[in-house]
Design a binder for this molecule. Sequence first.
Ligand SMILES: [Zn+2]
Length: 202
Amino acid sequence: MLNRILILTIALLSITAGADKTKIDERALSYLKRYGYSTCESSSTSKVRCSESPALMLKTFQRYFGLKITGKLDKSTRAMMNRPRCTVIDKPSRSHGPLGMASGFKWPRLSLKYRIESFATDRQIKQEDQIRIIEEAFNEWSKYTSIKFVMVCPSCPADMFIRFERGDHGDGSAFSESTLAHAFFPTDGRIHFNSDFTWTAS
Ligand SMILES: [Zn+2]
């Protein structure tokens, strides 16, 4: 009986996949999967093959980024995918592991300390200006939440740790050439910016 159900499920999934004629290349498909637009669980132990509609994934992506919802890999959708971005998943689910479980993590208090451990290496922004800009960014967050952020010295105990890094920097999430920054969910607190980009004050 179970076998019949599995076969029927696979057959139905194949029909769904066959009915969706949306053309999408491997690169776009892996981008959509990488950022959480796939509803298939990523478990390799699953015995049921999971197929899904590229058009549906594209529509969700387009809605998320405020693009025209066509369900097609059109010019503006492709352009959005090619933009440098943060590597945090847009549509997290438990199958994405720690990066996908933002809702399960929170800070245990409303006053948080952060320290700046390194700076953007190009000399376009003076170090004091980098400090000011980061402070302003935290203050902007404070305006809309009850959380207060306090900057402490680079070697002081802190909740959040800001660094400018490049390439593979030893935290298991190497920067690709299109990754601007990434951060680890509470209470880890690491915030990394990609040093290979030229950071400006505007
Ligand atoms: Zn990192």
